[in-house]
Design a protein around this ligand. Structure first.
Ligand code: C2E
Ligand code: CA
Ligand code: CA
Length: 651
């Protein structure tokens, strides 16, 4: 009761309140599991410091106001408490500077800079510790309060002010790299710290100082130490914000560094189609693995397709880059084990040297655009900025624009390539292949525009357009009459992982009165894309409805035969590269023979693709392929020509 009614005990209330605040801050701080590196430890040190300042401050206040404590501690106990409080108080500006430096990633990298940092605090702390034994700087009055001797006592404070001025200087210099929220937080932090010191001197009460310190720390925990903006919760790696921030601050300091990127092919597709737990596991596993190659806080996961390692003081030519890449490549040859399953991932590395190759954050964005495009193919070597062809970028940009409007502008047309069935001597199926004709550029190959459509998201509406055109062709032309049994329609991976795929397909078929047996969907099992649960679900749903599937491009890339053989598909399409090389060399011929054997042993139908000569056709028929597709029989052609073709050859 006495505590509340006595004005001098407000001090104590303040002290207790700030103690509570610091404890809360400490709790928040330690409960965060993954963090943005060194900054975190320094912040921890500040909070701990603040806690000690508070505890010793309260001890001193209790000594002043409570007889029980006074008797218990005695003047010596009080002295210890006050001096300890002081020492920790003087350590705080030092930690604050370290903290600000770690936020801006400024290294005290030489002895002189280290000396600048250590000496002022060391002086203050030493002066206090020594002053305890002599009366040179300060003494204690009868009540147990501290009294400074001037002017020498005041020198103790100079270091602290120097620190705060230095912090301001850093702050002003780097402030444009901060988000406005953070800039405000830092302003308040310094305002409170700067304000607290004169208040402390005038009121001779440390309670207000402690209080504003606690508030500042709480503020920091929610802005600078708030990990969601800077740390990807699932992987523990830095976010895009963190990466951009790091690049900008490093460039500002004219530091030399290399960003070493590990692009994981179609990683976002894989992550998106796995269960949330599995993809979180996978992300974490990879970042833990990569973390060993770089310092804390130098690993980033800026988007879902790549990890980036930052090497400071290193150019892309240095051996540390190639050495790291060798190791990482080896690891990626092995599958990643997650939740009882295995995922095989394929990485393409690249390296960008700052500031030699890229010297602004804007330029970085542009270069990344080019790199992403150049990375769509698996790279054996580390892709370098000097390897990039900037003309290709411009061209790609142009096609990207065309693709985005091609549906509206009616630039797409579906072509049909007849497929021959030797057993009946008829063309009973065909593959729908999309053509894009731009008024200026002419025909653009699907091999070029399809990857772009997959990246810019138009692929979904494009594939819906193809399916609708195919259904329309079946239902409105005389194709059925001329012996067309079914049409093969390509599905992009992006389609395959859509949860409403089955529904969309069935709706389209119903709309045109096309039977499910008249459509066969072609899917690919490219190296990097595991067959995921959503994909399985889609295939099963559609199979139940009566559609069938082909495994396209079989024999390319890294097909895992064991896994593929379990796929619920009816047809395997031997890739044209297999067929074509088979007629170039003995070994390739054996490869083709074995692939055919495998497919036959699985009781699946075979389509041989890319048959260009009569000789090839004869051989392949002899080997027992069920269907043949290739320029030898017919090229892809517009709808009307295709109907005519059927009439002439099947009629
Ligand atoms: P794909 O599914 O492997 O299609 C077969 C490709 O081989 C077609 O190329 C076809 O024109 C070509 N081809 C057929 N016979 C021969 C031959 O005897 N010799 C040679 N050298 N090539 C032959 P195209 O039309 O350029 O298509 C390229 C790829 O684009 C397709 O590969 C497919 O992955 C994709 N694509 C085409 N249309 C569509 C579509 O409507 N939707 C989706 N998602 N992808 C499509
Ligand atoms: Ca195909
Ligand atoms: Ca193919």
């Amino acid at each position: 009761m006495e505590l509340i009614t006595k004005p001098q005990s407000y001090d104590l209330c303040f002290s207790i309140a700030s103690l509570v605040l610091v404890l809360v801050t400490l709790l928040i701080h330690v409960s965060e599991e993954k963090y943005f590196s060194r900054q975190r430890y320094i912040f921890g040190a500040i909070v701990l410091n603040a806690l000690l300042v508070n505890l010793f401050g309260i001890t001193h206040l209790l000594y002043l106001y409570s007889d029980v404590v006074r008797d218990f501690l005695g003047p010596a106990g009080n002295r210890y408490a006050v001096i300890s409080e002081k020492i920790f108080t003087y350590l705080i500006p030092y930690c604050s500077i370290l903290y600000v430096m770690s936020i801006f990633q400024i290294e005290p990298d030489n002895l002189r800079k280290k000396a600048y940092l250590v000496i002022p605090t060391a002086y203050a702390v030493l002066a206090f510790a020594l002053g305890f034994f002599g009366d040179f700087f300060f003494t204690f009055n009868e009540r147990g309060n501290l009294k400074f001797f001037y002017p020498h006592g005041a020198t103790v404070n100079i270091g602290v002010w120097l620190y705060l001025i230095f912090a301001f200087y850093l702050y002003i210099k780097y402030t444009r790299t901060l988000s406005s929220e953070k800039a405000v937080a830092l302003w308040i932090y310094f305002f409170l710290m700067l304000g607290a010191i004169p208040i402390r001197i005038i009121t001779k009460s440390s309670a207000i100082f402690e209080f504003s310190l606690s508030i500042s720390l709480l503020l920091c925990v929610y802005t600078f130490q708030n990990p969601s903006e800077f740390v990807d919760k699932l992987s523990g790696a830095g976010t895009r914000n963190a990466l951009n921030f790091t690049i900008t601050t490093n460039l500002l300091q004219k530091k030399e560094f290399t960003l070493f990127g590990i692009h994981i092919n179609r990683f976002s597709v894989i992550l998106g189609s796995e269960s949330p737990e599995t993809s979180a596991d996978l992300k974490l596993q990879i970042s833990k693995y990569l973390q060993q190659y770089c310092h804390d806080g130098n690993l980033f996961f800026p988007d879902n397709d790549e990890y980036i390692l930052l090497f400071s003081g290193v150019t892309p030519d240095e051996s540390v880059i190639t050495r790291t890449e060798d190791q990482i490549r080896k690891r990626f040859k092995e599958p990643w084990r997650v939740r009882g399953g295995e995922v095989k991932l394929f990485e393409s590395p690249y390296a960008i040297g700052f500031p030699d190759e890229v010297d602004t954050i804007e330029r970085y964005g542009e270069v990344m655009g080019v790199i992403e495009k150049a990375l769509t193919r698996q790279n054996r070597e580390i892709l370098r900025v000097s390897d990039l062809n900037m003309k290709v970028v411009e061209h790609d940009k142009k096609i990207d624009g065309i693709v985005k409007h091609a549906l509206e502008d009616k630039l797409f047309e579906v072509y049909y390539q007849p497929i021959y069935s030797p057993e009946t001597g008829k063309f009973s199926s065909c593959e729908a292949l999309l053509r894009l004709k731009d008024p200026q550029l002419g025909f653009i190959s699907p091999a070029i525009f399809m990857p772009i459509a997959e990246r810019n998201g138009t692929i979904l509406s494009i594939d819906r357009f193809v399916l609708a055109s195919v259904c329309e062709m079946i239902s409105t032309s005389e194709a059925r009459k001329y012996g067309l049994e079914y049409v093969e329609v390509n599905l992009s991976v992006v389609d395959c992982i859509q949860t409403n795929l089955a529904e969309n397909v069935i709706n389209t078929l119903n709309k045109y009165n096309v039977d499910t047996s008249e459509i066969n969907l072609e899917i690919t099992e490219t190296s990097e894309q595991g067959i995921t649960s959503v994909m399985y679900e889609n295939i099963n749903k559609l199979t139940e409805c009566g559609l069938s599937f082909s495994m396209d491009d079989f024999g390319t890339g890294y097909s895992n035969i064991a896994r593929i053989s379990n796929m619920p598909v009816k047809i395997f399409k031997l890739d044209k590269s297999i067929i074509q090389s088979a007629f170039d060399s003995e070994v390739s011929y054996m490869v083709m023979l074995n692939l055919i054997k495998i497919i036959k042993s699985l009781n699946k139908e075979i389509v041989a693709e890319g048959v260009e000569t009569g000789e090839q056709a004869r051989q392949i028929i002899k080997l027992g392929c069920d269907h043949i597709q290739g320029f030898f029989y017919a090229r892809p052609m517009p709808k009307d020509n295709f109907i005519e073709f059927l009439r002439d050859h099947n009629g």
